[in-house]
Ligand binder design. Structure first.
Ligand code: ARG
Length: 398
């Protein structure tokens, strides 16, 4: 092996991985860092990687691409894993890998590496994405096999190598954060009976601390893409940031769940995704107004499959893409406004309007404006119920 591109986060594991990979594979190590909406000090990351012995450092700000080509498409489909998780971590991995593979190709590397453990979903996502995008690249996952069993071991190793690197501390939880959402696990959360401690609240207020007065936001969509909040035109990234702040303040967008990981383990996770929660509720309401019944019904079923595919690391699969295309077939009609009331952890839709609305007041009304043909209902019901009339008339002796 000549060169390895390591997905570098700046944490202790991936910092330790730099000298470890160099020692164990006798290869050059390129530290590759991706930003997804977090305010990282890039210079500091670069210095840290260089201090640890990285031969090269590559940095990519993927925030915009993440929201536009990953988060919003999943939003248009309506993807929710196990009815609860809006997939922030899972959506980020394929994009991180996409650029990791590009860096590998540009720098003539023959392998990519990540710092995931053997117990999680992220290792699956990293490796499946990399093998789909460039099957020739070797996938390395040293944390699954290396000799260290604690942070102290890793610090000791760095010391032995003569590398003085500050331990930024591991924190009480394992946290993965991007602009679309935050995942919190481990620590006190490992006992599913323990209520999430106050310090697991990161951008969402606990309900008790949320304002006592409700706040309304109007979200405007154009062809399935959210474009305005309260009449103000915003870039996708700014729109998400804004909704994160407003909805987070009202305690909106937190879930606490026990989920099924790809590797068979059940794990207890807390997620925060205030903007995503508002946008999901809003687009679902808009959909109800403008799309026809059969399409909605089937879209919901496929959205479940789509969420599972994304969760399981199959973003770059033909089925994921096909479901995306299916959902996007009608996205041009997802144009309109949704009013959402934010109050004590809730994001309640209180109104929808659209130029493509299928809601016809003269059909729905119970007043004298009614144009619906009541008479037609009789024949319709006779035929609709016919199979059951026959079923009910057959003698059943069992
Ligand atoms: N369980 C979540 C997922 O699979 C979150 C994983 C979070 N990763 C982490 N390093 N804390 O998407």
């Amino acid at each position: 092996m000549k060169k390895i591109v390591l997905a570098y986060s700046g944490g202790l594991d991936t910092t330790c991985l730099i000298p470890w990979l160099k020692e164990n594979y006798k290869a050059d190590v390129v530290a590759y860092c991706a930003l997804l909406g977090e305010s990282e000090d890039v210079e500091e990351l670069k210095n840290r990687a260089k201090q640890a012995g990285a031969d090269d450092f590559h940095f990519k700000d993927l925030t915009e691409e993440f929201i536009e080509d990953y988060a919003f498409p999943a939003l248009r489909v309506g993807a929710v894993y196990e009815d609860t998780y809006l997939l922030a971590t899972a959506l980020a991995r394929p994009l991180i890998v996409k650029w990791q593979v590009k860096v590998a190709e540009e720098t003539g590397a023959d392998a990519v590496a990540h710092g995931c453990t053997g117990k999680g979903n992220d290792q699956v996502r990293f490796e499946v994405a990399a093998m789909t995008l460039n099957p020739k690249l070797k996938n390395l996952a040293p944390v699954r096999e290396w000799e260290f069993t604690s942070r102290a071991d890793e610090l000791e190793y760095l010391k032995k190598k003569g590398l003085t690197i500050k331990d930024k501390g591991g924190g009480k939880y394992s946290i993965d954060r991007n602009i679309w959402g935050i995942s919190v696990e481990c620590g006190a959360l490992e006992d599913p009976w323990t209520a999430p401690p106050r310090d697991t609240y990161i951008i969402v207020n606990p309900i008790e601390e949320a304002p006592d007065t409700a706040e309304e936001v109007i979200v405007e969509f154009e062809k399935g893409v959210p474009v305005k909040v309260n009449g103000e035109k915003l870039s996708p990234v700014d729109l998400v940031k804004k909704l994160n702040t407003i909805a987070g303040k009202h305690g909106v967008g937190r879930v606490d769940m026990v989920e099924n990981r790809v590797v068979g383990i059940k794990s207890r996770e807390v997620y925060e995704f205030p903007a995503a929660r508002v946008l999901f509720n809003a687009i679902r309401a808009l959909e109800a107004l403008v799309l026809e019944k059969e399409f909605i019904l089937n879209k919901r079923k496929l959205a479940m499959e789509y969420a599972r595919l994304v969760y399981e690391g199959k973003w770059f699969s033909p089925l994921r893409e096909s479901i995306q295309n299916f959902a996007d077939t009608t996205a041009n009609r997802l144009t309109g406004e949704v009013r959402v009331k934010l109050y004590k952890g809730n994001a309640v839709v209180t109104g929808t309007r659209s130029p493509y609305s299928m809601y016809v007041e003269e059909l729905a009304t119970y007043t004298d404006k009614d144009t619906f043909s009541h008479k037609d209902a009789e024949g319709f019901i006779n035929l609709w119920g016919l199979p059951y009339k026959v079923w009910g008339s057959v003698k059943d002796d069992s």
